[in-house]
Design a protein around this ligand. Structure first.
Ligand SMILES: [Zn+2]
Length: 464
């Protein structure tokens, strides 16, 4: 029962608790604590005590059903909801005064039955604006589409915009209007919904809860691509040791329970490669960052929690450069022996918190040390919203007795395949990895490959 504490808070709130006070348009508001949604404060006008209690009960009842899903998907930060009574209104209306304050104008005798869906929609938009404040027409359309998917997920009901499907022709037409900067009003929700739906179809594991921090530009190509990309049916690990690719788990396209949760490589067949570096930040991290910078390559780093604090400058530099930063446990244990709670608390969450201290957010991607993880642990991580990243090429660069930089190069080059995730180490004790990089980069670029972060490769946001 991971959410037990939230339900306990919710139970307490069945009695309205009066807290701080605030002023809005000369009306005094009192805070009714949070509604069960992470860090969301509810404010009611101070004068109407009896009404306030009634409305509060209804609100808590309605938001309670959504609160668990919302808490799981959106890491909210002190959002305030002001309830503004207005007897001239027939229907409730949301308005936003600042980034973190939403006003709900309503007739005090009747709450809109769609209130919770509308609230989820507004919260989503408010949160997405925080991560991606660019206000272009395309961004607004993508935001609306993501928010509609989010509401459909948490409320399990569809709005009229979600029930329709645009034909390919209609989609292109709407996009053409958008590109000419002609205002799209009613249709924009439908366009956004269809656009985001395509994105989710292409990237198993992505949804409105873990994609909301992605840059909106990643969605635009779905508007000009009509054919669906070819998908892989299995995922493999290729190493220097084995003669043929090894199946790590049954990551079958249609049947695996881990589809969208455990990744060895990208599921599509685009010419993309994600370089990943484990065990740092350490001795060779700086040289690797220099090499990546010189070659304009974006990569992903799986770092250990207990190495972060003393390497703050490196962590910030990697973040600044646009690399994906990810979790590789606190102290690199053999994790299969650990109790689920121990693994989460002392290794994974502790590392996520340490990252948050330095870079301001918690990573979503986790790579188990030695690739060791049980089925139960995979499921537990999924519950927490984490994604498990294994690899599809392993040149065993840590094995410095047997593997020199030439060998690293040849394993990565000989195993070229679309949407690879290549395992390397910046936390090792030899410069072989650094030395191998330029030749690997040159070769893949000659073959038409683009170097991407795991976020770009998988269409899933790398952070909470
Ligand atoms: Zn490791």
């Amino acid at each position: 029962m991971r959410y037990a504490s939230k339900f306990q808070i919710l139970a307490l709130l069945m009695l309205p608790l009066m807290g701080c006070q605030s002023n809005l348009n000369n009306v005094s508001y009192q805070q009714i604590e949070n509604t069960g949604i992470t860090s969301m404060l509810l404010w009611l006008p101070q004068s109407s005590d009896v009404e306030a209690q009634q409305v509060t009960r209804q609100l808590i009842e309605r938001t309670a059903r959504l609160s668990q899903q919302i808490a799981l998907q959106l890491d909210l930060n002190n959002i305030s909801l002001f309830m503004v009574p207005d007897r001239t209104l027939n229907q409730g209306q949301f308005s936003k005064s600042t980034d973190y304050a939403i006003h709900y104008h309503y007739h005090p005798d009747k709450l809109d039955p769609q209130f919770s869906q509308q609230l989820a929609y507004q919260l989503y938009l408010a949160l997405r604006q925080k991560f991606d404040p660019i206000d272009t027409a395309l961004n607004q359309v993508v935001n609306q589409g993501l928010a509609l998917h989010f509401v459909a997920d948490v409320a399990q009901s569809k709005t009229p915009a979600q029930q329709q499907t645009l034909t390919e022709k209609q989609l292109q037409h709407q996009f053409a209007l958008l590109q000419q900067h002609k205002p799209i009003t009613v249709e924009s929700k439908l366009l956004g919904y269809q656009l985001v739906k395509r994105h989710f179809e292409q990237y198993p594991g992505s949804n409105a809860g873990n994609t909301y921090t992605l840059n909106h530009q990643l969605f635009s190509r779905y508007l000009s691509v009509t054919e669906k990309p070819a998908k892989k049916t299995l995922q493999f690990v290729r190493t220097a040791k084995e003669t043929a690719p090894q199946i790590y788990r049954n990551l079958d396209w249609a049947n695996s329970p881990y589809k969208g949760l455990v990744f060895l490589e990208g599921w599509n067949r685009q010419k993309l490669i994600a370089l990943t570096f484990d065990d740092g930040p350490f001795t060779y991290t700086e040289q690797i960052l220099n090499t990546l910078q010189a070659h304009k390559v974006k990569a992903s780093f799986f770092w250990m929690g207990n190495r972060l604090a003393q390497n703050k400058a490196l962590v910030l530099r990697a973040k600044q450069a646009g690399h994906t930063l990810a979790n590789h446990s606190w102290s690199h244990p053999h994790g299969m022996a650990l109790l689920p709670d121990e693994l989460w608390r002392e290794q994974i969450d502790k590392t996520n918190q340490a990252f948050k201290q330095i870079i301001g957010h918690k990573p979503r991607f986790y790579r188990p040390p030695y690739g060791e993880i049980t089925d139960q642990q995979v499921e537990d991580m999924g519950q927490q919203g984490m994604k498990i990243m294994i690899w599809s090429i392993d040149p065993r660069d840590w094995d410095t007795d047997k593997v020199d930089s030439k060998k690293i190069e040849s394993v990565i080059i000989d195993n070229l395949h679309p949407e690879t995730i290549t395992l390397l180490h910046d936390g090792g004790n030899s410069p072989n990895t650094v030395n191998a990089l330029p030749r690997v980069i040159e070769h893949y670029r000659q073959q038409g490959y683009q170097f991407v972060t795991l976020e770009q490769l998988l269409g899933i946001s790398d952070r909470f």
